[in-house]
Design a protein around this ligand. Structure first.
Ligand code: HEC
Ligand code: HEC
Length: 469
């Protein structure tokens, strides 16, 4: 009798302890492990890592979802949520979980995310019908103009429309229209069908409204094909780490569209936010994901052309800038950004207003300015900066053929509050001078050929003499 009483007490205690686990919404355990850090305990988008994050994590209670197959203002479907959770929101801190969580776990998260908002109990989202359709890029281009998409997305589609800066200031933080040339940054995918759905239903809670009632179905398909056709920039990864300066005879051109720069075979270098020194509080996303760099030399001077996308251009509260950092000592590769007390670096910086500055640095506290020994020319056109640096070969570091000089690139977008150490930077790369084209290899090949012909003729003549009776 006593034992069974004790057993019941034990059973009740265990049940009591297990109550919170049994009562908890399915998926909460995974949510608290994986999502809480950004989206917060109640799903309000206020997790411990969310401070200053741009864009801020979604408030899952308010449930204003961007990527939906449903009309503007509606909730997403389960499949919409499953897609975003699996595949991420590219270009933002929201990760994709396809490789980390099983399909079953991701489905449980969909249910949990829905349970956070009372809206899902009353509203029933329904996918828009997507009639199969093809589109014409040419007609889409015309509609892009008549429907005034360019006001935000820019004539070239780089997100540099005339209200680009206004959008970012009015919303307090960058709220830029998408850059269509970088298809991999589309949050809901860059296939024409995905784009058709975004144009039709808009992105809730953003300046990107719905065009369902403003444009016909065919017009939206045409637009989707046009937008998709603008996707031409490769994703920013590169195997190239050597910037080879091409040899030219004349002066290094000061205009970025000069044919010499094209012939220099520029390479695309990925950039990342500088988070090593004084890591800023917020999750920081630089505007420039890459910089294209080409170099030329002519026996006296060396020139670098840096080009990168910046939709807002010169009209910023802080200046835009670009920096070239060279290892000053032969064969060295100093620690990162002017932060090495034993290994000095030389810095060339340009900022808006054509400011050219030159320093040597051994550690960030020991920066010594010099009169700028280089010239700079800058141009901003259709959402892209083109900046040319030209300096003498002989000044420190000295450039010689056969030598590799370590070089690091960095740019800042003032409109994205990038100043001081908040900047986009590359890793260390190398630059070297292409050898002048010499005639010697050709001449020696010709000499060998002539020699061979002479020897063959001699053999033939000897053979002829031998055959004579
Ligand atoms: C590192 C921070 C971070 C983590 C971790 C994170 N998210 Fe997000 N999430 C974000 C940000 C930032 C956004 C908003 C991006 C935007 O507005 O474009 C977002 C948006 C979302 C959206 C909105 C999609 C839409 O269409 O608007 C959903 C749903 C979501 N997250 C679910 C999750 C789930 C579920 C997890 C855990 C498995 C998770 N997130 C983990 C940062 C995070
Ligand atoms: C008032 C400014 C504005 C106008 C006008 C505008 N857009 Fe947008 N668009 C935006 C903004 C801002 C975003 C990014 C929203 C975000 O991700 O938070 C965007 C995003 C997009 C996306 C990206 C979807 C994704 O998956 O990332 C597409 C496609 C798009 N717009 C197409 C168009 C087309 C086509 C037109 C003309 C019919 C148009 N937009 C008109 C501001 C605008």
């Amino acid at each position: 009798m006593r034992t069974s009483c004790l057993q019941i007490v034990w059973l009740m205690t265990i049940l009591f302890a297990a109550m919170p686990v049994l009562a908890q919404e399915p998926g909460r355990d995974i949510y608290m492990k994986r999502c809480f850090w950004c989206h917060g305990e109640q799903g309000r988008g206020d997790g411990p890592s969310a401070v200053g994050m741009i864009p801020s994590p979604r408030d899952l209670v308010a449930a204003d979802y961007k990527i939906r197959s449903t009309p503007y203002g509606q909730l997403p479907t389960d499949e919409d949520l499953f897609r975003v959770i699996s595949l991420s929101l590219p270009g933002t801190p929201m990760p994709g979980w396809e490789q980390i969580l099983t399909e079953e776990e991701r489905r449980r998260l969909v249910s949990y995310v829905k349970s956070l908002s009372p809206r899902f109990k009353t509203e029933k989202p329904e996918s828009l019908p997507v009639p199969s359709g093809s589109g014409s890029v040419e007609r889409g281009k015309e509609i892009f103009r008549t429907a005034r998409c360019f006001v935000c997305h820019g004539d070239s589609g780089r997100g540099d429309g005339e209200v680009a800066t206004a959008l970012s200031f009015e919303w307090g933080l960058p709220h830029l229209a998408r850059d269509f040339t970088r298809g991999w940054t589309f949050k809901g995918g860059h296939e024409p069908r995905d784009i058709y759905l975004r144009i039709t239903g808009g992105l809730n809670g953003t300046p990107m409204g719905p065009y369902q009632d403003l444009l016909s179905d065919q017009e939206r398909w045409d637009l989707a094909h046009y937008v998709s056709s603008l996707d031409r920039e490769p994703k920013e990864t590169s195997e190239d780490f050597v910037v080879v300066a091409a040899r030219i005879e004349g002066e290094i051109p000061d205009a970025p569209d000069a044919p010499e720069w094209q012939a220099a075979r520029p390479i695309v270098i990925p950039l990342a936010g500088q988070v090593v020194l004084d890591p800023p509080l917020r999750w920081w996303m630089p505007t420039a994901g890459s910089v294209t760099v080409g170099a030329l030399w002519n026996g006296r001077s060396i020139g670098f052309l840096l080009e990168w996308n910046d939709p807002t251009g010169p009209a910023n509260p802080y200046p835009d800038s670009a920096l070239l950092q060279f290892a000053a000592r032969d064969g060295s590769r100093p620690y990162f950004l002017f932060e090495d007390s034993d290994d000095p670096v030389k810095l060339w910086q340009w900022h808006t207003g054509n400011g050219a500055e030159e320093w040597t640095a051994t550690g960030s506290g020991k920066i010594e300015p010099h009169p700028a020994g280089f010239q700079v020319n800058s141009f901003w056109k259709e959402g892209r900066w083109h900046v040319i640096f030209r300096g003498s070969l002989g000044s420190e570091p000295t450039f010689e053929t056969g030598k590799f000089v370590a070089i690091l690139l960095s740019v800042r977008d003032g409109a994205n509050a990038e100043f001081g150490r908040v900047r986009a930077i590359s890793t260390w790369l190398y630059t070297t001078l292409e050898r002048p084209r010499s005639l010697r290899p050709w001449l020696s090949a010709l000499a060998w050929l002539l020699g061979a012909v002479v020897v063959e003729l001699w053999i033939l003549r000897e053979a002829e003499i031998a055959r004579r009776p």
